[in-house]
Design a protein around this ligand. Structure first.
Ligand SMILES: [Zn+2]
Length: 392
């Protein structure tokens, strides 16, 4: 499902009409995660906190909503295809918004006056939203590709009235006289060819214009184009607005008449190649800056220190790598070794995944977070790195 700014705006606008507390849930549902147990324990903890700070009626309404969420989770979340994370915003008046995403985020349950959308907005910033234009000389189709989902926008489909070259030739030939027609055949061909070329250009320009309009309207971040590898490709490129040319992630060889799943696979491959290239660039920057000066650090402990000092511009982490660590519940101080908190001297709590906590810390400091999905053996020795805002 696409996360459009529109949907989040809807959520924000809704908030102005009610003062009921909003329940925000981030739940990892992919195995081996035992999401039912996890949800149950988050609800138990939150219930205990709410009991003390909410009046009785309101607390009971929220508690019923928890029951509804648990029932819904039990019935629908097992084995969701392509889904790792479910995000729900709901309140006691019946408002319900649900997102299903193929990436993980730290699990979270919040009951607050406002929806807790920060992790979701991070996802929006973190992943490219691709608009895929597939066009040939007669047809054009537009798809969105986001977090692995490929959806067509049927209202955008264009079938232009470009005359078929062969058919026109046949009708000219049959309409013409005998002997003389042959003499003019050459000229006629040229004229027809010119006419067809004009029509194709008109069609490609209209497709490019529509693409630009839609791209801006729906906040896409990258464009991918699929065309047959013939003259249409450079022609279409010429018609693209410079704004789109700057955001072109790649091209593939296809016609709009191909089945959707073939187009999807080609678009995914093109996006993956672009993302690999992008990841490589980030990792190169990381190694370059850490060897040539002190504007980057590598390794979990140095990154934790940089996070504590608010130095992190971009946190780079190996997706899927997990390791235990320790967290101070008072001030969110992190450590990979069990010590008393150096800031407040309280004992620290053990956590399953210190990298999750690092991501949270980075988000709190408005740092960018980049997940490395592809294999980079050099980087995998460190699991984490950070490009810094300033050195110390
Ligand atoms: Zn502390």
């Amino acid at each position: 499902m696409l996360i459009y700014h529109q949907q989040l705006e809807e959520l924000a606008k809704y908030r102005k009409q009610t003062d009921e507390p909003m329940v925000s849930l981030y739940l990892n549902v992919a195995p081996p995660e035992d999401y039912k147990t996890h949800l149950n324990s988050m609800i138990r903890t939150t219930r205990n906190e709410l009991k003390d700070r909410m009046d009785k009626d309101r607390f009971e309404a929220v508690d019923r909503l928890f029951g509804t969420i648990e029932k819904h989770a039990k019935n629908t979340f097992h084995n969701l295809k392509n889904t790792r994370l479910v995000v729900i915003f709901a309140d006691t008046t019946g408002f319900w918004q649900e997102y299903r995403l193929p990436v993980s985020l730290p699990g979270e349950l919040a009951v607050e006056p406002d929806p807790y959308i920060r992790p979701l907005t991070t996802l929006m910033d973190e992943f490219e939203r691709y608009l895929v234009l597939v066009a040939d000389s007669r047809h054009a189709r537009l798809f969105s590709l986001y977090l692995g989902d490929f959806e067509e926008h049927p209202d955008i489909f264009m079938e232009s009235d470009v005359p078929d070259r062969v058919r026109v030739n046949v009708s000219m030939a049959s309409g013409g006289g005998s002997g003389g027609a042959k003499v003019y055949q050459g000229l006629g061909d040229k004229r027809i060819e010119g006419h067809i070329k004009d029509q194709i250009h008109k069609h490609l320009k209209a497709s490019a214009d529509k693409t630009f309009e839609y791209f801006r309207e729906k906040d896409f971040t990258r464009l991918i184009i699929g065309t047959p590898d013939d003259k249409n490709r450079p022609w279409l490129r010429d018609h693209l607005h410079s704004y789109l040319k700057d955001r072109l992630a790649g091209e593939f060889n296809a016609r709009p008449t191909l089945p959707d799943n073939e187009l999807k696979n080609m678009a995914l491959e093109t996006a993956a190649a672009y993302e690999r290239e992008n990841e490589k660039r980030i990792i190169d920057t990381l190694f370059e800056k850490s060897t040539s000066g002190s504007m980057a650090v590598l390794g979990i402990d140095p990154v934790i220190r940089a996070l504590r000092r608010g130095q992190v511009h971009t946190l780079v982490i190996e997706n899927g790598y997990k390791t235990r660590g320790y967290l101070c519940l008072n001030d969110h101080n992190l450590s990979t070794t069990e010590t008393a908190c150096p800031l407040c001297e309280a004992p620290m709590t053990e956590v399953d995944d210190i990298i999750d906590e690092m991501v949270e810390e980075a988000i709190l400091h408005n740092s960018e977070v980049k997940h490395v999905f592809t294999e980079h053996p050099e980087f995998e020795k460190y699991h984490a790195g950070a490009v810094l805002r300033f050195s110390m």
